[in-house]
Ligand binder design. Structure first.
Ligand code: AP5
Length: 210
């Protein structure tokens, strides 16, 4: 069983959705840099306020901020059965820094075409409390606007507008796509087609992890 798993894939490819299911099924810790940064921004911490400037435009937060944050988080993990990295690394510099701390067993790349990504992101609704995600058509909450899991009011992320999504996709191509080759060269890459129902994709994801 692979224990240190990096989730790769463009914005909206389903990293959070599949990462959460993996975490529940395997008991692994899921570490989402996006969730961490949004929480820091909501709490008004210096890191959160700085990160928000970048996130709102769809740009990446500078490497040094993210690498320092993740170094601390990984160092304080303690005795865990496995970790799912969701949204980290996102640049070669981040991947090198991660490789100095742990050995990655699997880089799981979710492959989804752009037109589907725009639809998924602009119609996504998120929970500010427990970070659950929904889609207005494919995966709606039982009660409109309310999180099934914790009852909080759902919101639309400020970076889920069409204009910012288009920018996030080009930032992904320039900075994060090279990680596909990075992990392929190291014999760690598996690609899963991310189109189909959430459960169909999860079956393929589980096979890759085993
Ligand atoms: P982050 O929060 O990591 O965003 P992202 O990578 O752009 O990914 P998303 O959360 O948008 O999508 P996802 O792939 O998790 O898809 P999801 O499962 O939600 O990062 C946000 C920002 O933070 C970055 O832009 C950057 O500024 C900063 N940041 C974070 N990490 C950083 C780092 N390491 N370095 C620098 N900056 C960093 O699914 C999307 C939607 O589709 C949902 O509505 C879902 O319900 C739906 N869906 C999922 N699967 C399916 C399916 N099979 N069929 C139909 N719909 C589906």
């Amino acid at each position: 069983m692979k224990k240190m798993i990096v989730l790769l894939g463009p914005p909206g490819s389903g990293k959070g959705t599949q990462g959460e299911k993996l975490s529940q099924d395997f008991g692994y810790i899921r570490m989402s840099t996006g969730d961490m940064l949004r929480e820091a921004a909501r709490n008004g911490t210096p890191l959160g306020l700085k990160a928000k400037e970048y996130m709102d435009s769809g740009a990446l937060v500078p490497n040094d901020l993210i690498i320092n944050l993740m170094k601390e988080k990984i160092a304080s993990l303690g005795d865990v059965t496995g970790v799912i990295f969701d949204g980290f690394p996102r640049t070669v510099e981040q991947a090198d820094a991660l490789g100095e701390q742990i050995e990655v067993d699997l880089a799981l790349n979710l492959d989804v075409e752009d037109s589907e990504l725009v639809n998924r992101l602009t119609r996504r609704r998120s929970c500010p409390q427990c970070n659950a995600v929904y889609h207005l058509d494919y995966n709606p909450p039982a009660k409109t606007g309310v999180c099934d899991k914790c009852g909080s009011e759902l919101y639309q992320r400020s970076d889920d507008t069409e204009e910012t999504v288009v920018n996030r996709l080009s930032v992904y191509r320039a900075n994060t796509m090279p990680l596909i080759e990075y992990y392929e060269k190291r014999g760690r890459l598996q690609t899963v087609q991310g189109i189909g129902s959430i459960d169909e994709i999860f079956d393929k994801v589980k096979k890759a992890v085993r």
